[in-house]
Write a protein that binds this ligand. Structure first.
Ligand SMILES: Cc1cc2nc3c(=O)[nH]c(=O)nc-3n(C[C@H](O)[C@H](O)[C@H](O)COP(=O)(O)OP(=O)(O)OC[C@H]3O[C@@H](n4cnc5c(N)ncnc54)[C@H](O)[C@@H]3O)c2cc1C
Length: 385
């Protein structure tokens, strides 16, 4: 279909929403972007961009900027607490770049600001939506009604758009808590370690290190509940000595970002003029690093299917047919990997490390095509067409 006839409201201006707005606007659509945060730049810690997400970002011209502000991850392996290899990356190792989330967000916002067909409204919180394309937003204390041909719900795990439509959403109770931080020391190990206290990963970013750790053990949960940074440092020093310089560089407890793993699975991604994308449709466990990357793939595939289709309804249906099963496989694999990674019982860990992982590695083959969901070359071509 010819997108120049289309007015699209994108709700949510983070990774998925910003990429969607850019892609659709460059294909001719008129886009209004509503983001509830008034100054949405400096949020989050680090983000890993894999081949699929990189291809989408490269297709919208952000390749050089990402190459400049991201750091390459040589071989994204899983090791044990003593640094011994547990899961080696496939060869050749897939391309991964680690960025500050604020840097990625900044690049996307700058690109949006330069795009004349996108009207940006920051500090605009969507408070309701109808299946026919009407959306209510609160901005500066006023309630404003918008109407569009298509409403894209890219508003994250607690999506308002999802709660406005019939999507058959299943939101699982929040799982294990994770902490993330950016510190200004160069002490990254460049790997994810599976330890007796859970996962600890550390990767170089521009000007320092991004690290993340699970906080699921009783000792970690207690330290978090008591806002006890020293207690947290001690738990992790025992479980993973390489964590010491990183946690020592955290100045205040409030410099740690906490999220609980929340999984969302929707039977439908489309309800009339409402469509879901990114975490709103499929928030997943972080263990394959595919949350943000999958949101970017959604954006490219949505554009591709709308362009190919004769009608809006046909394009949206093709989008969900192509994306939902692919994402479902990745989300299931990420959850399985997360469950294995978080084993803290010593016997279960022994069985995993000595029996399960070696056998799985021998039998498993290369899962990269499933994890990537779409060929990077296809994604690159969609955005460049
Ligand atoms: C603050 C924050 C920090 C994060 N930090 C990290 C990190 O450090 N590392 C990492 O790997 N992942 C992080 N994530 C998660 C990761 O960015 C997402 O999983 C992934 O990028 C999927 O992106 P998304 O665009 O679908 O959703 P999100 O990134 O969740 O973005 C949703 C956007 O919608 C906006 N929004 C929500 N509700 C409304 C509403 N009612 N009206 C208007 N706008 C609304 C939000 O403000 C947000 O900007 C973070 C997410 C957030 C929101």
């Amino acid at each position: 279909m010819n997108l120049s006839q289309l007015h699209v409201l994108v709700v949510g201006g983070a990774t998925g929403g910003a990429a969607t707005a850019l892609l659709l606007a460059r294909a001719g659509a008129r886009v209004t972007l509503l983001e509830k945060v008034a100054q949405p730049r400096a949020v989050g810690a680090g983000i890993a961009l894999a081949e699929n997400g990189l291809a989408v970002l490269e297709s919208i011209g952000l390749g050089p900027a990402i190459a400049a502000s991201g750091r390459a991850v040589d071989a994204p392996a899983v090791v044990d607490a003593r640094g011994r290899m547990m899961l080696a990356p496939p060869r050749p190792a897939p391309r991964v770049r680690m960025l500050r989330r604020s840097a990625l967000q900044g690049l996307l916002l700058d690109a949006l600001a330069a795009e004349p067909r996108v009207e940006r409204q920051f500090g605009a919180e969507v408070i309701g939506a109808e299946r026919d394309g009407r959306v209510l937003a609160r901005i500066d204390g006023r309630t404003v009604e918008h109407r569009a041909d298509l409403v894209v719900g890219a508003d994250g795990v607690h999506s308002r758009i999802r709660s406005a439509g019939r999507f058959g959403a299943r939101v699982r109770p929040p799982g294990i808590p994770y902490l993330r931080a950016l510190v200004e020391v160069d002490a990254a190990q460049g790997v994810e370690a599976w330890t007796g206290a859970g996962i600890f990963g550390s990767f170089a970013v521009d000007g320092g290190t991004y690290f993340f750790a699970s906080a699921g053990t009783r000792a970690c949960r207690r330290a978090v509940a008591e806002r006890d940074l020293d207690g947290l440092r001690q738990v992790w020093a025992r479980a993973y000595p390489a964590s010491v310089p990183l946690l020592a560089a955290v100045r205040r407890f409030d410099d740690l970002i906490f999220n609980r793993v929340t999984r969302v699975d929707c039977q439908q991604w489309v309800d009339d003029r409402l469509v879901l994308l990114g975490d709103a449709a499929h928030a997943m466990a972080p263990n394959l690093g595919q949350g943000a990357n999958s949101a970017l793939v959604d954006a490219a595939v949505l554009l591709d299917e709308l362009r190919r289709a004769g009608t809006l309804a046909a394009g949206l249906d093709a989008y969900q047919q192509r994306r939902r099963p692919a994402v479902h496989k990745v989300a299931r694999a990420a959850a399985g990997l997360g469950a294995l990674a978080e084993l803290t019982n010593p016997v279960a860990r022994w069985l995993r490390d000595r029996l399960l992982l070696p056998v799985a590695t021998r039998l498993g083959g290369d899962a990269t095509p499933v994890v990537m969901q779409e060929l990077p070359a296809t994604l690159l071509a969609i955005g460049r067409a």
